[in-house]
Design a protein around this ligand. Structure first.
Ligand SMILES: [Zn+2]
Ligand SMILES: [Zn+2]
Length: 414
């Protein structure tokens, strides 16, 4: 071990989003994920308040939305020892990447490169220049004595990865964001097999402690959600609007197929279409108003006003299918409802989370069988309780050594 101890530090536990952590060994430091918390109505910069132009990073640092770190930000220069790893493109894992110094080595899954380029060139997600390097699934990057292996998981966008981090005295698996009810559950299960028996598992727990609203929405797999959206499009009268998130390319492809089957032309807002890889842009509002039942549109919350000119007939359908607002906890939700009421459109909600359900979290943790599990990315980390696997709810900004981490398992010295 050369006397060096590995230190795991949770910079932001991501409760519920914005998880960031570092793994250090000797001089080497690896930083995992670099996004911003998405918490409308609760985060300092939300509800229309945005960092001031020209001093964005300073503003984000001032309110604690960006972590205070030396040696990574463009304004500071690179410390020569820190490398950054990104698990997938969602904004709560990437929004701060644009502030990295150009010299900081940046690694991300090769499978997300096409989506990343689309997000950058469309202006949806500003990125750092140079962009960094895509790493193929099952390939490793070495930083000093730390080895970081990319291991694919199934989430709700292309190119999501978890990591297996190995140092001379500790092995850590990080799930990234993952689920078992998507179109590729075998990818998530293969991740669990690949990292089986690690010392420490950092497990995403977005759905832990989730309390369903009353009445509870139907719990669907991704395949069932796509089928339900297609059924709704097929049965709808008047105009159909689907609020779907462009990064979920599989769901967008399902919406497009459902539109085609129903004889409707599917078109998207230009940025969302760029993310989705869908070329048809929403035509002139007058064209839609003239033949509403020939169209199916993707529209987001910010575009509700454009419906005024499209004049959807009463009884037209708005399918809330994955775009924000994500639920009644979002202050935008009642605003959406008031618009649809005013336009006499029917609201249909088809939800399917990109995150593991609590029983699947338990399944994954049991399958991996770590010596200790550390719940992260969760409103209710203490709810992670798997028989036979001790859990450690981490204290942010405290560096944990192997001994600290494995104390919970009662076998730190072996
Ligand atoms: Zn995600
Ligand atoms: Zn996330």
């Amino acid at each position: 071990m050369g006397g060096a101890n590995t230190r795991l530090t949770i910079l932001n536990p991501g409760n519920p989003t914005g998880l960031k952590f570092s793994v250090e060994h000797g001089e080497a430091r690896c930083l995992f994920d670099f996004g911003l918390e998405h918490a409308p109505g609760r985060a300092p910069f939300s509800l229309g308040l945005t960092p001031r132009p020209g001093r964005e990073l300073e503003d984000l640092l001032a309110v604690g939305s960006a972590p205070a770190l030396d040696g990574v930000y463009a304004r500071d220069g690179w410390d020569g020892r820190t490398e950054v790893f990104i698990s997938h493109l969602h904004l709560d894992h990437t929004s701060l990447v644009r502030f990295l110094h150009p010299d900081v080595p940046l690694h991300y899954p090769a499978g997300m490169e096409e989506l990343r380029q689309a997000a950058e060139t469309s202006g949806y997600l500003p990125w750092r220049s140079p962009a960094g390097a895509g790493v193929a699934d099952r390939q490793s990057v070495r930083v000093g004595e730390i080895e970081v292996r990319f291991v694919a998981v199934d989430h709700d966008l292309p190119g999501a990865s978890g990591f297996l981090v190995t140092t001379p005295d500790l092995s850590i698996a990080y799930t990234g964001d993952l689920r078992r009810h998507g179109l590729h559950p075998e990818v998530t299960d293969a991740f669990a097999r690949e990292v089986k028996g690690v010392d420490v598992l950092l497990q995403e727990g977005v759905m832990l402690g989730y309390v369903a609203p009353d009445p509870a929405p139907v719990e669907r797999t991704e395949a069932e959600a796509i089928a339900e959206i297609q059924r709704l499009i097929g049965e709808a009268r008047g105009l159909v609007v689907v609020n779907v998130y462009g990064m979920n390319r599989e769901r967008v492809a399902g919406v497009a197929a459902g539109s085609q089957a129903a004889g409707r032309r599917f078109s998207m807002e230009s940025r969302m279409g760029a993310l989705a890889g869908w070329p048809e842009v929403i035509p002139d509002p007058a064209e839609i108003a003239a033949a509403p039942s020939s169209h199916c549109l993707q529209l987001g919350f910010e575009s509700l006003r454009s419906l005024i000119d499209m004049r959807p007939p009463a009884g037209s359908t708005w399918i809330q299918g994955g775009g924000p607002p994500m639920g009644p906890f979002d202050p935008g939700w009642p605003v959406l409802e008031s618009w649809l009421q005013a336009l006499r459109m029917d609201l249909q909600i088809v939800s399917c989370s990109g995150h593991s359900r609590p029983r699947d979290i338990e399944h994954i943790v049991a399958a991996v069988g770590p010596r200790v599990v550390v719940p992260v990315h969760s409103r209710a980390p203490q709810a992670l309780q798997v028989p036979g696997v001790p859990a450690l709810v981490p204290v942010p900004l405290v560096p944990y050594t192997r001994e600290n981490l494995l104390a919970a398992s009662g076998s730190a010295t072996s």
